[in-house]
Design a protein around this ligand. Structure first.
Ligand code: C2E
Ligand code: CA
Length: 499
């Protein structure tokens, strides 16, 4: 009897492990397919724009420069457009005519479609940022290197690989286990490398490929084969099933700690002043979370916020921040109707049907107008969709200002911004570093200022640490707002209205 039961338990575990393994591969394949769809969109846009540039007259008068800029500003992924003459750069969407003509970047590889590609070209004015440059005929466009990486689902361990049919080259990987990959299987959609199985998907046969596996096993409880498993589980009693699930289930330790931290008072909100550049008056503040754990160690918001986004906890975090803002600053905000506190939100918050009713109810209970709270949405999370545009429209109709956070380093494009319809952009602080480094004169900040003006957007310049940076932006955009250590570090609520 007991031997029979053991055999049955063994069979069930074996069946469970096998079907989880199959499901793991299927899910990795689905997520890899989604990446390929976005990569195709990028490649299509590149191809379309290269064709248009090649059809333009070779001159570089104001009309051609305006046409090049229009090409970039109406694009979703493309950052710069360039016209070549005899292989040398003569006209660019950033600076207009280039005289004397400049060298084009070195070609690193030629794609199957004949497009010449340069990898990791430094982006002028944005330290650390790399572009991918595509060339065809006398046309050249660049795409932010991260556009491809950001298109990959965060649940994957993956490598992005370029394969011209002769050799494969890993362009980016987030896992040591795929380093050294030099060959992709011909005609196969799966690969075993260093003892681990991966799914392989490519745009054209072997041009841009993704090699991917789920980072964590699907847990038994998330599994699509759960109904089959339950049948067996009932047969065998729940005990074995629980143990198995606990064994396979993924750890959510950081999220659990975050939950406890919220309840246990380890999280607090600080407020960084936002000033008007022209007279440096404080017109608002950004709410920023701080987590000091029980041992006194600080946990960086960059780490725990992205974990909360991954694990579906960001809604609770955002509501916590909103509650705190109203508790901390309610009285002051009632006294100062012009003062606005901005709260960082993720796209998931806006897409959650309960979010706006929650925010409105809390504001009403605090007897505050909607304009007391603005919402900052990072450019990185605003990836898609009509749905998000509608959600943004709803919060704006309710009276909240919407800011695109960290603008400029990712996919800044005019059509994208006008589609999203927001009130303001916050210019990423890497631009300040570019200004600090005087060798980098050709920052794209003026291009962004022009974009914002065309769309009637308020501009907030982030990360201002020095007078010289404030002066630069004051000349460029006299109506801009600013935030940074020069005007004040993040402060406790008590200190915010003291000076
Ligand atoms: P962010 O929204 O871009 O916030 C601005 C970050 O720049 C803050 O870092 C701030 O302390 C820092 N900063 C401000 N002025 C300066 C300056 O002059 N120089 C330099 N070098 N840095 C400056 P922090 O607080 O570490 O936050 C990092 C990121 O974490 C934030 O970036 C935001 O994306 C996220 N975050 C923070 N609090 C929250 C929150 O309550 N909810 C959500 N969803 N995200 C949050
Ligand atoms: Ca922010």
């Amino acid at each position: 009897m007991s031997a029979g039961a053991l055999l049955a338990v063994g069979l069930c575990l074996g069946f469970g492990a096998l079907s989880l393994q199959r499901e793991r591969a299927a899910r990795a394949g689905e997520l890899a397919d989604r990446y390929v769809e976005t990569a195709r969109l990028i490649n299509d846009e590149v191809g379309e724009r290269l064709e248009l540039i090649n059809a333009m007259p070779a001159a570089c008068g104001p009309e051609e420069v305006a046409a090049l800029r229009a090409l970039v500003l109406s694009a979703r992924f493309i950052k710069t457009a360039v016209r070549l003459d005899d292989g040398r750069v003569v006209c660019s969407s950033v600076g207009g005519p280039v005289d004397p003509p400049a060298e084009a970047p070195r070609v690193d590889l030629i794609g199957r479609n004949g497009r010449r590609i340069s990898l990791a070209v430094p982006q002028p004015g944005v330290p650390g940022s790399r572009l991918m440059v595509f060339r065809e005929g006398e046309a050249m466009v660049s795409v932010h290197g991260r556009a491809f990486v950001d298109a990959v689902d965060p649940r994957l361990d993956f490598a992005l690989v370029v394969d011209n049919g002769e050799a494969a080259r890993v362009m980016f990987t987030n896992t040591a286990s795929l380093q050294g990959l030099e060959r992709l299987p011909r005609g196969e959609s799966a690969l075993t490398f260093n003892g681990r199985s991966y799914e392989v998907r490519c745009t054209l046969p072997y041009t841009g490929c993704i090699v991917a596996d789920l980072r964590e096993s699907p847990s038994l409880w998330d599994s699509r084969t759960l109904p089959e498993m339950i049948g067996l589980g009932l047969l065998l009693g729940l005990t074995g099933g629980f143990a198995f699930s606990a064994f396979l289930g993924r750890s959510r330790s950081l999220s659990r700690q975050l939950m406890l931290a919220m309840r246990g008072g380890e999280l607090r909100v600080v407020y960084q002043p936002i000033v008007r550049l022209s007279d440096r008056r404080r017109v608002g503040a950004e709410a920023l979370l701080r987590w000091t754990d029980a041992t006194g160690k600080r946990v960086s918001p960059d780490a725990f916020i992205s974990e909360a986004e991954r694990n579906g906890m960001i809604g609770q975090v955002t509501r916590f921040v909103i509650s705190r803002v109203l508790e901390d600053l309610g009285d002051e905000l009632r006294r100062r109707p012009d003062f606005q506190v901005t709260v960082n939100v993720s796209a998931d918050d806006l897409l959650d049907g309960g979010f706006l009713p929650y925010l409105s109810a809390r504001l009403q209970a605090a007897r505050l107008p909607a304009c007391s709270i603005g919402l900052e949405l990072t450019e990185r999370t605003t990836d898609n969709s009509r749905e998000l545009s509608r959600a943004i429209a709803r919060v704006r109709e309710a009276g909240h200002k919407v800011y695109i956070d960290d603008f400029g380093t990712d996919y800044s494009s005019l059509s994208y911004l006008s589609r999203l319809r927001v009130d303001a952009i916050k210019i990423n602080r890497t631009f300040m570093q570019a200004l600090h480094d005087q060798s980098d004169q050709d920052t794209i900040a003026p291009q962004i200022v022009v974009m914002a003006e065309v769309l009637g957007l308020t501009m907030v310049v982030e990360g201002v640490e020095e007078e010289q940076q404030a002066a630069y932006f004051h000349t460029l955009a006299p109506d801009a707002l600013a935030q940074g250590w020069l005007f004040g570090k993040p402060l406790d609520a008590r200190q915010l209205f003291m000076s």
